[in-house]
Design a protein. Structure first.
Length: 282
């Protein structure tokens, strides 16, 4: 047939040119980063500069920081959230490891029933149980204490399921070799399973740290003492400073509050991504 050449592909306008893709990526990245960049700009301005739509850094950064960090003791709220996030994340990781070990390597009656009940809790958000939790924690006298925002969240059905699936895909020969060497379950967990699970541990740690750091509803109910309050609730109080709605301090505090989760993610980015890649390979 005339004009038909199956061995030659028609050259398109984009073929061999990378710059259109780079431009598209740059525009997309700027669109994603724009809210953060604009919030950073607002954090340096006062209300007069904000409402005049000034697009250059303002003159109120020092005063905004003083209002947030010292007058409203935002540093104390950050410290409370850091403690809560570390305690909850560490406790969830340890208990999830032990639950995964039990569900995979131990035999006991009703194991599958217990595992099913654990999975059922995944479909029950905190809001469903919050009234019962409030009555229980208040009955213990834990109001306005760190225990009230840590202990109810130490167990994690997500973590138990994650480690159960991870341990299930490990070779059975590891258990058999450990039994031959006379290793106890604790030694098998600490010397064999944990060294092979750092990527999964890091993935769970990042997810749970961010989840705990962003917790708002439960601390706002159980914590009444402002000195014991956490970051997300403290952010709400910053909408009113000196009897007026001030956007500069609010944006500055929001940027400061986003730093710890970002640091945790950056420090654990490689094992975090490896943990998800490992799960996909399985």
């Amino acid at each position: 047939m005339m004009g038909f050449n199956p061995g030659v592909r028609k050259r398109t306008w984009f073929r061999g040119r990378d710059w259109p893709y780079h431009i598209a990526l740059i525009v997309t990245a700027l669109g994603i980063a724009f809210p953060l960049l604009y919030a950073t700009l607002i954090a340096t301005q006062n209300n007069t500069e904000i409402f005049s739509f000034k697009m250059t850094p303002g003159s109120a950064l020092a005063s905004n920081f003083e209002s947030v960090w010292f007058k409203r003791d935002f540093a104390g709220a950050m410290w409370n959230s850091t403690q809560q996030a570390l305690y909850v994340t560490t406790g969830k990781t340890v208990l999830s490891l032990m639950a995964g070990l039990a569900f995979v390597y131990f035999k006991f009656r009703g194991k599958w029933l217990v595992f099913f009940l654990v999975l059922v809790t995944l479909m029950m958000p905190t809001e469903v149980m919050i009234l019962a939790m409030f009555r229980l924690v208040s009955g213990f006298g834990w109001q306005d204490t760190m225990a009230s925002i840590v202990v109810p969240f130490l167990a994690s059905a997500t973590g138990a399921f994650l480690f159960r699936q991870h341990f299930s895909n490990m070779p059975v020969e590891l258990l058999e070799a450990s039994q031959i060497d006379g290793a106890t379950p604790v030694k098998f967990l600490t010397r064999v399973l944990i060294p092979l699970s750092w990527n999964v541990i890091a993935a769970l740690f990042v997810i749970q740290f961010v989840y705990t750091w962003n917790m708002f509803l439960w601390p706002s109910l159980i914590i009444r003492d402002e000195s014991a309050q956490v970051t997300q609730v403290a952010l709400q109080t910053l909408t009113n400073i000196d009897g007026a709605l001030t956007y500069g301090p609010l944006m500055l505090s929001a940027i400061i509050a986003s730093v710890p989760p970002a640091v945790v993610f950056l420090l654990m980015q490689k094992p975090f991504m490896s943990g998800f890649a490992l799960g996909q390979d399985k």
